[in-house]
Write a protein that binds this ligand. Structure first.
Ligand SMILES: Nc1ncnc2c1ncn2[C@@H]1O[C@H](COP(=O)(O)OP(=O)(O)OP(=O)(O)O)[C@@H](O)[C@H]1O
Length: 359
């Protein structure tokens, strides 16, 4: 089932929570609605679910306009952050709940329901826990059962609202990998809401990045990360340094670093801010022809990566640089060392248009 969201607007009184939202999700795709708190993700998910009305616009499931249908009529499975399982029911009874609540005429017989529950518990790899109660499960197990329960009635669309946010970091990581594989197996068109960029980048086929009720960018995880369309996206997706510089006669200057930009068109002389990710900077103790001088202010290792805080000459703020542990050992970097940096990939936004430079 494909989903089309067409010109959706939502107002709460005078407040515009969603403005002109348009996108398409293909059958079997796993899309992430990503954005900071309050940007409208949950409101949009609830509108797609039929739990919230629109001010104007339409929602289509395939070619059917479902805008006026309620949640029940839309045939959707939900998993919420706190979608508490029924505590007094066993795992198997929780999963069977939706099947048993169907009107009598549509309800399967007891044996068919039992078989479906078994199949679902095998699917989420928790078939050995069928007789346990929710209080006897870990948080991660509970969310997998919630997913099995959501899928019991074979919904055409699966909606997940911050499904892992109540779990600790390690379990979250495991579960999101699991969800990715699991989704490939079940192939149900799914949308999940998250404010965690790492989660969206790792799990989704498509990212819909929102800010203040509007869409900033819709692309694959790789594209939104490597080719952010706006300064907001560059900021929001992972750590990024802002390096102040200027353009002068078609040359970009970032301190001592200089890059001819004639091939990118004619530039007006102007002050610019370059966006450079910490791992897209090479570091040396030797001055290059075209490198920015600086000093190591702080150093710390985290497994295979070493993080440096560097005070760059003539820059108002320190920048972050990350290098491999091997690089760090070979160069024997120490706090206080004079170093020379060269950016490897620079993004500049001029009136919110991206210009990308690989060095
Ligand atoms: N029923 C309501 N009445 C008035 N304003 C609302 C209502 N529901 C949501 N809002 C406002 O709409 C905006 C979007 O809320 P929403 O819950 O969709 O954001 P979100 O991106 O999901 O945020 P979070 O990540 O914090 O859950 C917020 O400013 C919120 O205060």
């Amino acid at each position: 089932m494909g989903i089309v969201v067409k010109n959706i607007n939502k107002q709460f009184g005078q407040f515009k929570a969603l403005q002109n939202i348009n996108f398409t999700i293909k059958q079997g795709e796993l899309a992430a609605l990503l954005g900071p708190s309050g940007c409208g993700k949950t409101t949009l998910l609830r509108i797609i679910a039929g739990l919230e009305s629109v001010s104007n616009g339409q929602i289509y499931f395939d070619s059917n306009d479902v805008t006026m249908l309620n949640a029940k009529q839309r045939d959707i499975g939900f998993v919420f952050q706190n979608y508490a399982l029924f505590r007094h029911m066993s795992v198997a009874d929780n999963v069977a709940f939706g099947l048993k609540m169907k009107p009598k005429a549509q309800r399967d017989d007891t044996n068919t329901i039992k078989a479906r529950v078994k199949e679902l518990l095998e699917l989420v790899k928790l078939d050995t826990l069928a007789d346990r109660y929710p209080d006897q499960l870990s948080g991660g197990q509970r969310q997998r059962i919630a997913l099995a329960r959501a899928l019991a009635t074979k919904p055409k669309v699966l909606l997940l609202d911050e499904p892992f946010s109540a779990l600790d970091a390690k379990v979250r990581k495991e579960l999101r990998r699991w969800l990715r594989d699991f989704h490939h197996e079940i192939n149900v068109t799914s949308i999940f809401v998250t404010h965690d960029q790492e989660e969206a980048l790792e799990v989704a086929d498509k990212i819909i990045l929102m800010n203040e009720g509007k869409i900033e960018q819709i692309d694959t995880p790789e594209q939104v990360y490597k080719q952010p369309k706006t300064a907001f996206v560059a900021h929001f997706l992972g750590d990024v340094n802002l390096i102040h510089g200027n353009i002068d006669s078609n040359r970009l200057y970032l301190g001592d670093f200089c890059k001819n930009m004639q091939s990118q068109g004619n530039w007006q002389d102007q002050a610019v801010v370059a966006y450079v990710r910490p791992h897209e900077i090479s570091v040396s103790k030797l001055a290059g022809d075209n490198s920015m001088g600086g000093k190591i202010i702080r150093l710390h290792t985290a497994g295979p990566t070493v993080f440096m805080e560097v005070s760059l000459n003539n820059q108002p703020k320190n920048i972050d640089v990350s290098i491999s542990y091997q690089d760090y050992q070979q160069n024997d970097f120490l706090i206080g060392d004079q170093i020379y940096l060269q950016p490897l990939l620079i993004n500049i936004f001029v009136q919110d248009q991206l210009f990308e430079f690989m060095i």
